[in-house]
Design a protein around this ligand. Structure first.
Ligand SMILES: [Zn+2]
Ligand SMILES: [Zn+2]
Length: 90
C-alpha cells in the first residue's frame, strides 16, 4: 500500500512491466480514465478503488506533478516536493 500525503488516499501499487505502465499512462493522459482503470484491473488484477487511485495519480505530462504542475524529483513512483502529492510518472 502507498499513502498520498496530499489527498490522504491509500491504495495498492500495481506490479506492471514498463510497457504496461507506458500503455496505461498513454491512455490516462489521453483523458480515458475508465479505460486506464480497466487496463489496471486487467494487467495487475487491481480492485476498482485501487485502480481509480492509481489512475488519479498518473502524471498528465512526463515529469510534472499531476496536482500542482511542479517539477518532479524522480521517475516512476515519486513524491512531489512542492505539494507532497504522490505521482506515478510512467
Ligand atoms: Zn493524492
Ligand atoms: Zn505537486
Amino acid at each position: 500500500m502507498v499513502h498520498c500525503r496530499s489527498c490522504d488516499g491509500e491504495f495498492i501499487v500495481p506490479i506492471l512491466s514498463a510497457s504496461d505502465q507506458l500503455r496505461i499512462a498513454e491512455v490516462a493522459r489521453a483523458g480515458r480514465s475508465i479505460e486506464a482503470m480497466n487496463l489496471l484491473r486487467q494487467f495487475a488484477g487491481l480492485e476498482l478503488r485501487d485502480a481509480k487511485g492509481v489512475v488519479m495519480h498518473v502524471t498528465r505530462f512526463p515529469n510534472v506533478c499531476h496536482r500542482c504542475n511542479g517539477a518532479l524529483p524522480g521517475f516512476g513512483q515519486t513524491e512531489c516536493v512542492k505539494c507532497g502529492s504522490l505521482n506515478f510518472d510512467w
